[in-house]
Design a protein around this ligand. Sequence first.
Ligand code: SF4
Length: 88
Amino acid sequence: MVKTFCKSCTESVIVPDDILEDMLLDAEKRGVQMVSTERYEARLNQCQNCPSLQYGTTCMHNGALIRYKAKMLDGTCPCPTGSKWIGA
Ligand code: SF4
């Protein structure tokens, strides 16, 4: 299957690793509480297997970059049928 991408959208949802790292470091400096690496990986695994993940980066329900949002202690999964991050 050929995937087609919107150029405008991909510029905002495809975030290079170094930018993402900067975003996480900035959040850490601001004192944002974050989850453990194990919990982060568990959340990302749920997202990777979720049909609501778009572009491999973004949750279609809230537009969040999952590699950023999943690191936040207060981050939530907005799945309409219930959080897929329960226990993660
Ligand atoms: S619905 Fe939940 S599990 Fe699915 S991509 Fe969004 S945050 Fe991830």
